[in-house]
Design a binder for this molecule. Structure first.
Ligand code: ADP
Ligand code: MG
Ligand code: ZN
Length: 502
C-alpha cells in the first residue's frame, strides 16, 4: 500500500467543499433469479443453481421476474420517484469471466424509476434531503475465487474458480444526484443515507439488505471543489463498500486524500478505488473516464416493461409507513430523546422493543432491558441483539415478573442469563434456579434478626432516630439472601423490630 501525506480533515474542509454521489446495489430477496427460474437460495453447491439462460448459452431466452419488477416499483415509489410508463432493459457489453453472457442485462437511459428523494435524519436530528437520480433493474454477476496466492486476489493466484449461482440474481441500483451542501457532514450524510435506505428496503420487505452478506453494497463517488466555487471537481469512485461505518470512513478518507493531492498542485484522476477495512484507507483501482463505452443497446430478447398506472397506484397505497416517520412516531410514544432513539436504532433494537411491547411490556421496561442488560450481553458476545437466544415474548415475561414483584432487577438479570444459556422460558428458569423474590415474613425474619445482631452499632443509631442508616442493614439482609429478599419488606421489618417509624 502506498502511503500519502493526508491533509487533516479540518484543513481539507477549510479550503474545499465536498460533492458526493452514492450508488447503492441491493440484491432483491426474490425466490428465483431475474431472468430465469433458477433458485436464489444461498449456500448451495457451486454452479448447482444455473441453467442455459443464466449461463448465457446460445439460444436461451430470458423472461422477466414479475416480483423483481414489483420490488423495483415499490422501491421507486418509496423514494418518491416517478415510475416510467414504459421502459426497457439494455445490454451493457463487457467481458468478465464471472459474466458468461458477455453482457450484463441492465437499464440505461430508460430506468424504471427516476427523480426522487430520500430524507435522512442526522445524529442531531437535522433532516437532510438526498435527491435520487434513478433506480434501475439489473442482474448480479457470478463469483470468482482466486486460488493459490497469498492474498486471495488474482495477482499471484495459480488458478481461479467460478461459481455462477449468483449470476442473474436481481439487483436494483439506486443512484443519487450529486449531493452538495453537506460540507463537513458529508461522511455523516453518506452513512445516514445508506442506513436510511437499508431501513426502507427492509420495511418494504424486498430484501433483507444485509450489508455484511453483500446484499447491499455502496460505491462512494467523491470530489472536492475550492470553497465558494460551483464547478465540480474530478471524482473518485470507491467501490463495494459494505458497512455503514466503512461508507463514512471511505468518504472521510477521500476528502483528506483529494485535499492533499489538490493542495500540492496535483490533479485527481477519475478512477475506481478499493477501500481497506484495516486502516480505513483507499487505493487505486482502474482508471475510468467518461468515454468508457459499453455499447449499450436495448435488449432485443425482452419485452419492454410498462407498469399499468392502476397497478402502480395500488402499490403506492400498500407502502408501509416510512422508517423515519415510524421512528419519530415511536419516539413520541415511548417518550425518548432524539439521541436515545438514535442509540436504539444503532443497536438494532427498534423492532425488538416494539415486539416486546406488543407482548405486554410497558415501553420503559422493554427499552430498559433491551438497551441495558441485553445490549451489554450482545456486546460481550460480539453479536447483534436480534441474534441473542431470547425472544421479545420472553423479555416481556421478565418485565411482567418484575412488575408483579416476583423478581427484582438483580434476579431478573439472572433469569435472562438462564434463558440465554438455554435453560428455557423465564418461568422455567425461575423454578429451576429458585429465583423468586422472598417477601414472606417468616422467611425474612431470621435474616433480619441476624443482620441486627451482627450490626449492633448501626442498630443503635437507628433506634436513636437515624432512620437513613437502615439502608446498611437492608444491604446486609440482601447479601445474606443472595439478592432474593423483597427489599421494601426487609426495610419495614427492620424498622418494626427496632421500634422506629419509617
Ligand atoms: P458511473 O456509471 O460512472 O458510476 P453514475 O452516473 O452511475 O456513473 O454514478 C455517478 C455518481 O456520482 C452519481 O451518484 C452522480 O451523482 C455522482 N457524481 C457525478 N459527478 C460527480 C462529481 N464530480 N463529484 C461527485 N459525485 C459525482
Ligand atoms: Mg458507478
Ligand atoms: Zn438460470
Amino acid at each position: 500500500m502506498t502511503t500519502i501525506d493526508l491533509v487533516s480533515y479540518e484543513d481539507a474542509l477549510a479550503s474545499y467543499d465536498p460533492v458526493m454521489g452514492l450508488e447503492v446495489h441491493v440484491e432483491l430477496g426474490t425466490r428465483t433469479k431475474m431472468f430465469c427460474g433458477c433458485s436464489t437460495e444461498l449456500g448451495a453447491e457451486p454452479n448447482s443453481q444455473t441453467c442455459p439462460t443464466c449461463l448465457g448459452l446460445p439460444g436461451s431466452l430470458p423472461v422477466v421476474n414479475a416480483i423483481g419488477v414489483e420490488s423495483a416499483v415499490k422501491i421507486g415509489l418509496a423514494l418518491h420517484c416517478e415510475i416510467a410508463e414504459w421502459c426497457r432493459f439494455a445490454r451493457k457489453n463487457y467481458f468478465y469471466p464471472d459474466m458468461p453472457k458477455n453482457f450484463q442485462t441492465s437499464q440505461y437511459d430508460e430506468p424504471i424509476a427516476f427523480n426522487g428523494y430520500l430524507d435522512v435524519q442526522l445524529e442531531d436530528g437535522e433532516v437532510f434531503r438526498v435527491e435520487i437520480e434513478r433506480a434501475h433493474m439489473e442482474e448480479d454477476t457470478g463469483k470468482s475465487t482466486h486460488v493459490g496466492g497469498a492474498t486471495g486476489r488474482i495477482h499471484g493466484a495459480s488458478h481461479s474458480l467460478l461459481d455462477y449461482n449468483r449470476a442473474g440474481i436481481p439487483l436494483i441500483e439506486i443512484v443519487t444526484k450529486p449531493i452538495e451542501g453537506a460540507g463537513e457532514r458529508a461522511p455523516e450524510v453518506a452513512k445516514a443515507y445508506v442506513a436510511e435506505l437499508r431501513e426502507l428496503i427492509k420495511a418494504l420487505g424486498v430484501s433483507e439488505a444485509r450489508m455484511e452478506m453483500g446484499q447491499m453494497r455502496c460505491d462512494v463517488n467523491l470530489s472536492l471543489r475550492p470553497n465558494g466555487t460551483e464547478k465540480f471537481g474530478t471524482r473518485s469512485e470507491t467501490k463495494n463498500v459494505n458497512s455503514l461505518r466503512s461508507v463514512e470512513r471511505a468518504a472521510r478518507f477521500e476528502i483528506m486524500r483529494h485535499a492533499a493531492v489538490l493542495s500540492s498542485g496535483g490533479t485527481i484522476v477519475q478512477e475506481t478505488r478499493h477501500f481497506h477495512e484495516e486502516d480505513g484507507s483507499t487505493t487505486a483501482g482502474r482508471i475510468k473516464d467518461n468515454a468508457e463505452d459499453y455499447r449499450y443497446f436495448p435488449e432485443p430478447d425482452l419485452v419492454p416493461v410498462a407498469p399499468a398506472r392502476e397497478w402502480v397506484e395500488e402499490l403506492r397505497k400498500g407502502l408501509p409507513e416510512l422508517p423515519r416517520v415510524r421512528r419519530n412516531r415511536l419516539r413520541e410514544e415511548w417518550g425518548v430523546s432524539e439521541h436515545d432513539m438514535q442509540s436504539i436504532l444503532n443497536a438494532g433494537a427498534v423492532d425488538l422493543i416494539v415486539a416486546t411491547i406488543e407482548a405486554g411490556a410497558d415501553a420503559a421496561s422493554a427499552r430498559k432491558w433491551w438497551m441495558g442488560e441485553l445490549a451489554r450481553r450482545a456486546n460481550e458476545a460480539g453479536t447483534d441483539l436480534a441474534a441473542l437466544e431470547i425472544t421479545p415474548v420472553q423479555v416481556a415475561r421478565v418485565c411482567a415478573l418484575v412488575a408483579e414483584g416476583s423478581l427484582n432487577d438483580k434476579l431478573a438479570r439472572q433469569v435472562i442469563e438462564g434463558v440465554l444459556a438455554g435453560e428455557g422460558d423465564p418461568d422455567a428458569v425461575v423454578a429451576a434456579r429458585g429465583l423468586a423474590v422472598v417477601s414472606d415474613d417468616s422467611a425474612l425474619g431470621t435474616a433480619v434478626d441476624e443482620a441486627i445482631a451482627a450490626n449492633a452499632g448501626i442498630a443503635d443509631k437507628i433506634r436513636a432516630g437515624k432512620v437513613a442508616a437502615a439502608g446498611a442493614l437492608v444491604g446486609a439482609v440482601m447479601k445474606a439472601t443472595r439478592g432474593q429478599a423483597d427489599a421494601a419488606r426487609v426495610r419495614e421489618l427492620i424498622l418494626e423490630r427496632l421500634g422506629v417509624e419509617g
